[in-house]
Write a protein that binds this ligand. Structure first.
Ligand code: SF4
Ligand code: SF4
Length: 372
């Protein structure tokens, strides 16, 4: 077995029951018979962290078999879900009470349901969360993709998650093959950034070091929506990987088109990880200019370059007498935009949003995965 422990994301399916405004994945689903098999999962390397995602992972009725195999390889597993299949989620959690569950909720009830395209999505997701907390599940939380429409719900949702004693994960709009979408963009940056600023201050004022690191992550999201270079280097494909439903191993989910290092249906892990194709992808990552700020690529970087977030936290926590420890105007680009030194058109150009782009949706013709 490959001996270095990695950080992995397993995209178990591209099928989804939702129709989110910021993701067209539901229009380009994988076929069940092509999706990654338990036999392929067994070939993955050892991991210190594994995220299971989709599409909607709980659409797969054999998800528990995959989780069982992954627990033989991984120290910690977190499943990202829209929370709709309550009974399936609860059944899985009964077997694996240590598993992490992140339910994406895109705002308070009406906003969530409009963004998600599921009329009862909020109630289902919220009920699932409450049931899991009632069962004593420890690693449960919300995830929210912040955009113009739901930014005002950011702090209210954070407060709900706090009241329930849950984690609160955030993201913002990205464009890539993974979302089958290239038209995602924040329009009112100062308004969205203001809501992030309020969240950052709420997190910094807590007594939880974990929340202080989340504050840094959200500060990075302000930087990202203004189209600035990442605050931390991106080392995807060096110690972190994604594997898609077809067994294709990729550096991340942020590239415009799918970048493939190898295929685990056909190769061993060591073969694909050490292949010339993998090296080619690593060279591309080294000069990638997409500046993503998604937790999948930022969390490993925050661990690796920990002095940077730690220094940022110290600088803000020393203002212990101030309730407002952080201002979005600490970012020079936010000041420059306020002062008219840069225009909206210039900022829009820094985004990966491209109304004319044709995105490779990452679908693959059957790749020889053993069918389930
Ligand atoms: S964002 Fe998630 S829940 Fe929404 S359509 Fe895409 S895969 Fe489905
Ligand atoms: S910045 Fe990193 S995560 Fe984003 S597309 Fe480039 S390599 Fe992938």
């Amino acid at each position: 077995m490959y001996d270095k422990k990695l950080n992995g994301t397993v995209i178990v399916t591209y099928r989804c029951n939702a129709q989110c405004t910021m993701c067209n994945r539901y229009k380009a689903p994988s076929k069940p018979e092509d999706e990654i098999s338990v036999e392929t999962v067994k070939k993955l390397p050892r991991m210190y962290f594994t995220n299971i995602t989709g599409g909607e992972p709980f659409i797969r009725t054999d998800l528990r078999d995959i989780v069982r195999e992954l627990y033989k390889l991984s120290d910690r597993i977190v499943i990202s879900t829209n929370g709709y299949f309550t009974d399936r989620i609860i059944d899985l959690c009964k077997e694996f009470p240590q598993v992490g569950i992140r339910i994406s909720i895109e705002g308070l009830e009406q906003t969530n349901n409009e963004i998600r395209g599921l009329p009862d999505g909020y109630q289902k997701g919220y009920q699932t969360l409450k049931t899991l907390v009632g069962m004593g599940m420890k690693d449960v939380g919300f995830g929210m993709t912040v955009q113009d429409k739901n930014a005002p719900d950011l702090v209210p949702l954070y407060k709900i998650s706090n009241d329930l004693g849950m984690e609160f994960a955030t993201a913002s709009l990205h464009n890539s093959f993974y979302f089958v979408e290239s038209k995602n963009i924040i329009h009112d940056r100062p308004m969205v950034a203001q809501n992030f600023e309020d969240l950052v201050n709420g997190l910094l004022n807590s007594s939880s070091p974990k929340k202080w690191f989340r504050a840094y992550f959200n500060h990075g999201l302000i930087n990202y929506i203004y189209g600035q270079p990442r605050l931390l280097p991106c080392d995807m494909s060096f110690d972190t990987f994604f594997i898609d439903p077809y067994g294709d191993v990729m550096p991340c989910n942020g590239t415009k088109d799918k970048e493939v290092m190898g295929n685990l249906n056909r190769q061993t892990w060591a073969e694909l990880w050490n292949s010339p194709e993998a090296e080619t992808v690593r060279r591309k990552v080294r000069c990638c200019d997409r500046q993503c700020w998604m937790i999948g690529s930022v969390s490993p970087a925050m661990h690796k370059y920990i002095w940077k977030p730690v220094w940022w936290i110290v600088k803000h926590k020393v203002k212990f007498w101030k309730k407002k420890k952080y201002s979005m105007y600490e970012n020079s680009i936010v000041r420059d935009y306020r002062d008219g030194k840069v225009s909206k058109t210039e900022l829009d150009k820094c985004s990966t949003c491209d109304m004319c782009a044709v995105v490779n949706d990452g679908l693959s013709k059957g790749t020889g995965s053993s069918s389930r």
